[in-house]
Design a protein around this ligand. Structure first.
Ligand code: ADP
Length: 223
């Protein structure tokens, strides 16, 4: 902690990283630790698709193909979400901002409120394997890793017994497209944040608790 700085300010956290880098998992762990909401634009959009809302119908094909929905649409969602009272102690944004336009808009939305930025780095080869094994429980929606990349294997959720399904956009061809999309957007996005003292890059190939501890140590240093 820097002397003279408040050490219990809000934890306004942005997680950046390629698909499959563990943003969602880390966000859940950190949301619990700091008792702040986890705001995943991907989860919000997928829920809209599942519920068949007008928004869901609008974005369903884009999500299935692994491309990005428009900056305006996703920014409207985030703007609305950040108006809710539960963000007073902070928030974790997972999946937003994803483009330089979104990052600039977020700066405007936050109007100088301090932001902590964490980049979770994982090489592409590891991601394709990780995502081919990622399954989401259709009942409790917990994400987990299976022992196989065979999509037809019949494993069940160890927590609730629900059916484990691969996300529609986790098939290898769509993962490759998502990685290309990320690569195209990431460089300017990271350049936008890298020089800030609240920015840190962590190695996402380390064990889960080690990654969480690294992020938490950074938060404690800069908040
Ligand atoms: P990923 O594992 O690819 O990071 P997410 O769950 O964050 O997946 O997002 C899933 C999909 O939702 C993306 O491929 C994209 O279509 C859409 N999406 C999520 N966040 C954004 C965003 N900030 N801007 C544009 N599209 C987004």
């Amino acid at each position: 902690m820097t002397p003279g700085r408040p050490h219990n300010g809000p934890v306004n956290l942005v997680l950046i990283g390629p698909p499959g880098s563990g943003k969602g998992t880390q966000a859940l762990r950190l949301a619990e630790r700091y008792a702040i909401p986890h705001i995943s634009t991907g989860d919000i959009l997928r829920a809209a698709v599942r519920d068949g809302t007008p928004l869901g119908q609008q974005v369903s094909a884009v999500l299935a193909g692994g491309s990005l929905v428009s900056d305006d649409l996703v920014t409207d969602l985030v703007r609305e979400r950040l108006r809710r009272r539960d963000v007073v102690g902070g928030f974790i944004l997972d999946g937003y901002p994803r483009t330089i336009g979104q990052a600039e808009t977020l700066d405007t939305l936050l109007a100088g409120t301090p932001l902590i930025i964490v980049l979770i780095e994982v090489a592409n080869e590891a991601i394709v394997t990780r995502l081919s094994r990622r399954r989401v429980c259709e009942s409790c929606r917990i994400t987990q890793s299976t022992s196989t990349d065979d999509e037809s294997s019949d494993e069940h959720c160890p927590y609730c017994g629900g059916r484990l399904a691969r996300r529609q956009d986790d098939d290898p061809a769509t993962v490759r497209h998502r990685l290309e999309t990320y690569a195209a957007q990431a460089e300017p996005l990271i350049a936008h944040y890298r020089s800030r003292p609240t920015f840190v890059a962590v190695d996402g190939l380390q064990d889960l608790p080690v990654v969480t501890a690294g992020i938490a140590a950074h938060i404690e240093r800069v908040r």
